[in-house]
Write a protein that binds this ligand. Structure first.
Ligand SMILES: [Zn+2]
Ligand SMILES: [Zn+2]
Length: 358
């Protein structure tokens, strides 16, 4: 096996360099994965542009980014080997939120709030590289009918699964989804598969809204582009009209836009649940009209990461409940990772999901 590998090392805002470095050493509890497909996440864009601190002790680089990935096992540490869990050649997907399985939070099933969490691509070297380490407790075998490209959606889809649990959609309910990015597109399909009634997708770019229509949105509204034929000036009025005045019963907001979240509060009706899903920006404050919110018996919930949601996510891809592969619009080699991030951020060529194949 090779001892040296290529990796994209992030140093500081807008500086990432393709370098040669030693292939990571496998400890007793690790598994080494040869990376096949790795998705670029919104958070990778934030890290690259210096908008969010990394999970390293200093919050800074150097660090290899990339956490949504699949690959083939090339080396198995002593413990997983003894347990017979994994073997060389296994096709796997890595859960990057690697909890310790030993602290109070883990014991309570709050694995995403683990006190000793480590995250490849955020706190330790990740998958914008030829090889990446994973703890043996943090990876799953891919079903035979799930490709490496589709499998790399498991992490974001697991977050969607958790968000949908929080949303608690009942059969036939009217669901509003704010944000037509990959998360929103998966939410449409997941909401549909668990029995939502009408689904409205709200966004600011027509090309993404139109994709949402293909994935099952009944209505698409553009709240920003006045040239758009889907443009609506008053969203509450538009939603009131299509719900006979009842407004939305469920709303989920897979975008960091605080404005979108405020809109979600306005367009939801009696006994509604609103789920905050997109990572807020530092300093954002949610304003809630206390009296009407109270007397309408409404509820706001957060959805953070994806505790105990991975098996459902993998099953949903394997069983075709959510078509993820159709969302890949661009694939770049490892050498062009930086270009891939910049093009995605600038929406060059109307991207949806962008992947890198080291
Ligand atoms: Zn991600
Ligand atoms: Zn823990």
């Amino acid at each position: 096996m090779a001892e040296i590998m290529k990796a994209q090392v992030f140093y500081e805002a807008e500086k990432m360099l393709l370098e040669k470095m030693p292939v990571p050493r496998v400890t007793e509890t690790d598994v080494l994965v040869r990376v096949k497909n790795v998705g670029i996440c919104g958070s990778d864009i934030s890290y690259y542009y210096g908008l969010s601190p990394l999970g390293t002790p200093t919050g800074k680089g150097p660090l290899v980014l990339g956490h949504e990935f699949t690959g083939e096992i090339v080396k198995v540490g002593k413990v997983p080997k003894q347990l017979g869990l994994f073997a060389q050649g296994d096709r796997v997907v890595v859960n990057p939120v690697q909890n310790c399985n030993a602290c109070y939070a883990c014991a309570a099933g709050q694995t995403h709030l683990c006190e000793n969490i480590s995250v490849p691509g955020v706190s330790t070297n990740g998958a914008f590289a030829e090889y990446c380490l994973s703890k043996y407790t943090g990876l799953f075998k891919l079903p035979d009918n799930v490709s490496y490209a589709a499998g790399a959606f498991t992490e974001p889809l697991a977050c969607v699964v958790y968000g949908m649990k929080k949303l608690d959609v009942e059969p036939g309910q009217f669901v509003a989804i704010f944000g037509p990015g990959p998360m929103g597109q998966m939410m449409i399909q997941m909401a549909r598969s668990i029995g939502a009634g009408k689904i409205v997708l709200i966004g600011t770019r027509d090309y993404r809204l139109q994709i949402g229509k293909k994935f099952g949105a009944d209505y698409i509204f553009n709240t920003s582009d006045k040239q758009s034929k889907y443009y609506v000036k008053n969203l509450k009025e538009a939603i009131s009209q299509i719900t006979s005045g009842k407004l939305a019963q469920r709303a989920i907001v897979p975008t960091s836009s605080n404005e979108a979240f405020q809109e979600a509060i306005k367009i939801t009706g009696n006994s509604s649940i609103i789920v905050h899903f997109g990572l807020p920006n530092q300093g954002d404050v949610i304003r809630v009209p206390a009296l009407s919110f109270h007397t309408m018996d409404k509820e706001i919930r957060s959805s953070w990461l994806a505790p105990l949601s991975w098996p459902t996510a993998i099953r949903s891809i394997a069983e075709g409940l959510v078509n993820v592969e159709a969302m890949v619009t661009h694939t770049y080699p490892l050498e062009e990772a930086e270009k891939a991030i910049i093009n995605l951020r600038n929406r060059t060529d109307n991207p949806m999901k962008v992947q890198i194949t080291p």
